[in-house]
Design a protein around this ligand. Structure first.
Ligand SMILES: Nc1ncnc2c1ncn2[C@@H]1O[C@H](COP(=O)(O)OP(=O)(O)OP(=O)(O)O)[C@@H](O)[C@H]1O
Length: 295
């Protein structure tokens, strides 16, 4: 598939501080691209540079699009007028863009699930409604690319589901290319096709959903009430990458096979209640990638 956004060694320097350090990413057209990182990792800086809101200190950006206004952004606050309705907010932005297509605005209101609240002023909106209106504002002018910075931050579970469905609908039915950042890993992993994991301004991994899933596949979960004996065996085998839970040991080793471990446990007469392959959690994968210890 064709790439819509390519960045090449983008660096952003604030005096002596490097907020972004040689960031190179490739975003394919019609996909959702997740940018994952802790607070202060550099997500907003990257999205602002791609949106054209700030300039990179060095590096190149190549963005393919046909029309002016082809990037819609929701970065930090949506900048809503609280004494106006959702429609009036859309209208204001549309006028600022020199557009006069009210039908499109009604379609946007419908798309973001706010057509039932036509007469409600934004000051009476829930946070989820405000966030969806923020996405609606990003859609004014029908951009092909959407840049959404932390769109689910602070939302309740229902609000998160609504934004997730909206993002997927925008991709699947409207063929938008969407970059979305978050530190809520589980949620972002539900919608992205490809991801950049960013830490201290550097991309520590750019990987497709499938590649990430592959990395998460392999761990072995041993259920036992004799956790200490299992740990002793693992230490003898020099397998030091494991988590201990109540009555469970989770071993992360790509070479160890369930059958082989099962045999060794039996030989040592260590009773177990179960042994199987499991998945590394998103959080642990993330911590591994940014070089921090598992929780
Ligand atoms: N205008 C600025 N001047 C100086 N430093 C800045 C400026 N803008 C951002 N930074 C710094 O750059 C780093 C990256 O900030 P950025 O907002 O991109 O992080 P983030 O990953 O989006 O984090 P968060 O989730 O907290 O928004 C932070 O350490 C931040 O303090």
């Amino acid at each position: 598939m064709e790439n819509t956004i390519i960045t090449n060694n983008i660096t952003k320097q604030y005096k002596k501080f490097k907020a972004l350090d040689s960031v190179s990413i490739q975003v394919e057209a019609g996909t959702v691209y997740g940018v994952i990182g802790k607070n202060g990792a550099g997500k907003t800086t990257l999205l602002k540079i791609i949106s054209g809101l700030i300039k990179a200190t060095s590096g190149d950006i190549n963005i393919q699009y046909d029309k002016i206004n082809s990037i819609g952004t929701l970065i930090e606050e949506p900048g809503l007028c609280y004494d106006m309705t959702g429609f009036e907010n859309l209208k204001l932005k549309s006028l600022a863009f020199g557009l006069s297509d009210d039908v499109q605005l009604h379609n946007i209101l419908n798309l973001v699930g706010l057509s039932g609240s036509k007469r409600v002023k934004v000051k009476n909106f829930s946070l989820g409604m405000k966030q969806r209106l923020g996405i609606g504002l990003a859609l004014v002018g029908n951009p092909q690319i959407l840049i959404l910075d932390e769109p689910i931050n602070g939302l309740d579970p229902q609000g998160i589901v609504e934004v997730r469905k909206l993002i997927l609908k925008l991709k699947n039915e409207f063929n938008k290319t969407i970059m979305v950042s978050s530190h809520i890993l589980d949620e972002l992993f539900k919608i992205g096709d490809k991801y950049a994991i960013i830490n201290n301004g550097k991309i520590v991994l750019e990987a497709t959903k499938e590649e990430l899933q592959k990395r998460m596949e392999r761990c072995i979960e041993v259920e036992t009430d004799q956790v200490e004996d299992v740990i002793e065996l693992l230490n003898q085998l020099k397998l030091n990458d494991y988590d201990i839970h109540t009555n469970q040991v989770v071993i992360r080793d790509k070479t160890l096979e369930v059958r082989a471990l099962n045999k060794m446990l039996a030989e040592k007469c260590i009773p177990i209640d179960g042994i199987k392959y499991g998945e590394v959690s998103y959080e642990n994968l993330f911590l591994e990638l940014i070089g921090e210890k598992y929780a």
